[in-house]
Design a binder for this molecule. Structure first.
Ligand code: PLP
Length: 305
């Protein structure tokens, strides 16, 4: 990770190395913290945050779901992102990680008396699943872990504790020589990746699972919007594992993963075993949008001057 000069913490810009927390911080023990993953792209007109207001809105929704009172409003948090990116110097694309967490002051499972801390860090970060993954696709394994059940966890919240399930699935996939995990829901239908949403292409139609067992993904929504622009039919419905094996194309979407083609699932080659034609078309549009080259989508960009 390439460190930046400042991190925004509880209303102030502080040096990166000073952005620490006490060993008895509540979140460290019990896992309740809401966070986001947001990207800013180095466009021709300077750094621009993609869909800032949507990410901040989801962050605040996450805090509401897990009963954390965030001391900052939507507009204050948006301003904090901008302040941080202005204060630091970056030479490339940036990943932004705001987190609302429970700090030091009380122990025990009950969280409502713990102090709430808010921090935003941002650093230069390239393709999450690798440049080669974006170009040529990745190998994926269906996880032996089912996605967190909606009966016991709340997947609409981007919450630290939900990511143990993701972390174990990803670890298993890597140990098996793959690059990412595909998690099924408790009924055996595709839920999502460890940190991505999922699409297949069959006979020219784009198919993606409903939001039942996944985060409401901002990139997934962007891809659906692009597909509609390009007159590509989109269906949101359940997908079984064997349907993925016989799909023409498959790919992951996410702020970190952007649009990453899947070339193999469970050692079955998907389609041609390369980035599919439709996937590449969507990638081209997506990258032109985030880089500020499509005027229809400039409202999604917050430029940092
Ligand atoms: C579990 C999970 N699903 C899906 C996504 C994709 O969401 P988004 O496109 O909003 O980044 C992410 C990434 O934030 C994630 O962590």
């Amino acid at each position: 990770m390439k460190e930046a000069e400042f991190i925004w913490k509880d209303g102030k810009l502080i040096p990166w190395k000073d952005a620490t927390t006490h060993i008895l911080s509540h979140t460290l023990h019990y896992g309740n913290a809401a966070f986001e993953g947001t990207r800013a792209y180095a466009t021709k007109k300077g750094l621009a945050i993609f869909r800032l207001s949507d990410h901040v809105k989801r962050l605040l929704n996450s805090t509401k779901i897990v009963a954390i009172k965030c001391p900052y409003s939507q507009s204050e948090l948006e301003a904090a992102h901008i302040e941080l990116l202005k204060a630091n110097v970056y030479d490339g694309n940036v990943y932004i990680r705001p987190i609302v967490f429970l700090g030091y002051g009380t122990m025990g499972v009950t969280h409502t008396h713990a102090p709430v801390n808010v921090a935003i860090a941002a650093w230069e970060w390239g393709a999450y699943l690798g440049e080669d993954g974006i170009l040529n696709g990745i190998k994926v394994k269906t996880s032996s872990f089912a996605r967190n059940s909606v009966k016991s966890t709340m997947g609409k919240a981007k919450i630290a504790a939900n990511y143990l399930n993701s972390q174990m699935a990803k670890h298993e996939a890597l140990e098996c020589g793959c690059e990412e995990a595909l998690l099924l829901d408790e009924s055996g239908f595709v839920a999502e990746g460890s940190g991505e949403c999922f699409f297949i292409v069959r006979d020219g139609t784009l198919i993606t699972p409903p939001y039942d067992n996944s985060l409401e993904s901002i990139t997934q929504a962007t891809v659906i919007e692009i597909a509609k622009d390009l007159n590509i039919p989109v269906v949101q419905r359940r997908i079984s594992r064997d349907e993925v094996y016989i799909a023409d194309e498959a790919f992951f979407t996410g702020t970190a993963a952007e649009i990453t083609p899947i070339r193999e699932l469970d050692f079955r080659v998907i389609g041609t075993g390369k980035a599919g034609a439709l996937t590449q078309r969507l990638q081209k549009e997506f990258f032109s949008i985030v880089m500020g080259e499509n005027p229809k989508y400039t409202h999604y960009l917050t430029y940092i001057d």
